[in-house]
Design a protein around this ligand. Structure first.
Ligand SMILES: Nc1ncnc2c1ncn2[C@@H]1O[C@H](COP(=O)(O)OP(=O)(O)O)[C@@H](O)[C@H]1O
Ligand SMILES: N[C@@H](CCC(=O)OP(=O)(O)O)C(=O)O
Length: 386
């Protein structure tokens, strides 16, 4: 038992959130904006009041807040959300300052301080950057500050970016070893079909991928949000797969969710902590190409959890460089994702050759596996995506 009755144990159900030590709360653009796309001050103030009350009780809160682009639309005189990368970057640059200024004022009303943390996907996958971000967040929390995290949209490139903040929140939850993640959006939970469709029902609890087999989700979000339910389910899979349970509900129910009441959808923790790179690879990396495997290689990388050797590769699709993420496809479909040690141009002449053949008689170097087992994750979750 810690300060103010706060305990630090894996949470078995929603009720544990009320006394958890550290909670990551993610709020989407759709919950922070008015119908005209402008930042909604009442929505922001309502959220801050709830979070400040948790802070006052000793709970550590990391807020992952979208809304930078939304907050930049009006000052720049735009008619809607920009679609091209350069204008989105510029709009986020203008809006992020406004967003954090509003949070700073709102939390200050309750005598609390906030710190802005802007992250890129790279910060969460490169080990040195990861350790750096972790250290900064830990210190902010130790100082009693509420870190307000967003993607660094102004420098993120189309090549490597989250775009939505759902997966960013899941990796941040992993980074700070949160006890739970609360995803706040504009629907009160996960539905088994599009929420507007008659007959769609709320799914109160998800204990594993099997509970999602009948769920139909779309990647189309609200007018203002990005990624829809697809990225939220990805985020839930990332967090729960590394031991962090998730509650998904509407921002209107934030107070009840943080009080551990029976609202929204609860995703139970399913796995143990994994490296951030593997989490990224499994759920967020941009796939650059495909390697086709024979049946033996597909079995070796799945059942045997072994490295993929050139001898088992029978084909290659796409153009990629060494270090890029690729899908590994066996005779029955995708079996894994991995970081290829070779570029797509090098692989065809290696395919089917044994390690000895690749090395040559004069050469005592040990050729690298095409995908090393440490750079490989199996793919199991299948969602129905119309
Ligand atoms: N099966 C589903 N259950 C709930 N919501 C869904 C589902 N499929 C699609 N959605 C849509 O996802 C939207 C939320 O995603 P998004 O707009 O990206 O929110 P945010 O801005 O909070 O990230 C909802 O408005 C909803 O219409
Ligand atoms: N980083 C962006 C967030 C993009 C976005 O819309 O995300 P989300 O609301 O989580 O779907 C911003 O602050 O505008």
């Amino acid at each position: 038992m810690g300060k103010d009755g706060i305990v630090n144990k894996p949470l078995a159900d929603r009720s544990g959130i009320a006394t958890a030590t550290r909670v990551v709360v993610k709020v989407g653009s759709s919950s922070l904006t008015a119908v005209d796309g402008r930042l909604s001050m009442p929505a922001l103030h309502t959220l801050v009041e709830i979070l400040a009350a948790r802070r006052a009780r000793g709970q550590q809160i990391v807020l992952v807040s979208s809304g930078a682009i939304a907050a930049g639309i009006t000052p720049l005189g735009l008619t809607g959300r920009p679609r091209d990368l350069a204008t989105a970057q510029a709009t986020a640059s203008v809006g992020q300052g406004i967003l954090v200024a509003r949070y700073t004022e709102a939390f200050a009303y309750y005598g609390q301080r906030v710190g802005q943390v802007l992250l890129t996907a790279e910060d969460l996958i490169r080990r040195t950057n990861y350790a750096n971000a972790q250290r900064a967040l830990e210190r902010l929390l130790a100082l009693g500050v509420v870190p307000i995290v967003n993607e660094n949209d102004t420098v993120a490139t189309d090549e490597i970016r989250f775009g939505d903040n759902d997966r960013l929140a899941a990796l941040v939850s992993h980074l700070v070893r949160a006890d739970a993640m609360v995803l706040l959006t504009d629907v009160d939970g996960l539905y088994d079909g599009p929420p507007g469709r008659p007959g769609s029902r709320l799914v109160p609890q998800v204990d594993g991928p099997a509970d999602l087999s009948h769920v139909e989700v779309t990647g189309r979000g609200s007018e203002i949000g990005t990624g829809g339910m697809v990225t939220k389910l990805d985020a839930a899979a990332i967090a729960t797969g590394s031991g962090i349970p998730v509650v998904l509900t509407s921002a209107d129910r934030a107070r009840q969710a943080l009080d551990g009441e029976n609202v929204g959808t609860w995703f139970s923790a399913t796995g143990k902590r994994k490296s951030a790179r593997r989490l990224w690879l499994a759920h967020a990396a941009q796939i650059r190409g495909r390697l086709h495997l024979d049946a033996g290689a597909a079995r070796a990388v799945t059942d045997g959890k072994r490295s993929l050797l050139a001898a088992g590769v029978v084909g290659v699709d796409g153009e990629f460089e060494a270090g890029d993420a690729v899908e590994l496809v066996g005779p029955d479909g995708v079996v894994a994702r991995g970081l290829s040690a070779y570029g797509s141009a090098e692989i065809p002449e290696m395919m089917g050759k044994s390690t000895d053949q690749l090395r040559g008689p004069e050469d005592d170097r040990h050729p690298r596996a095409v995908v090393h087992r440490d750079d490989l994750v199996q793919v199991r979750v299948r969602l129905r995506r119309p």
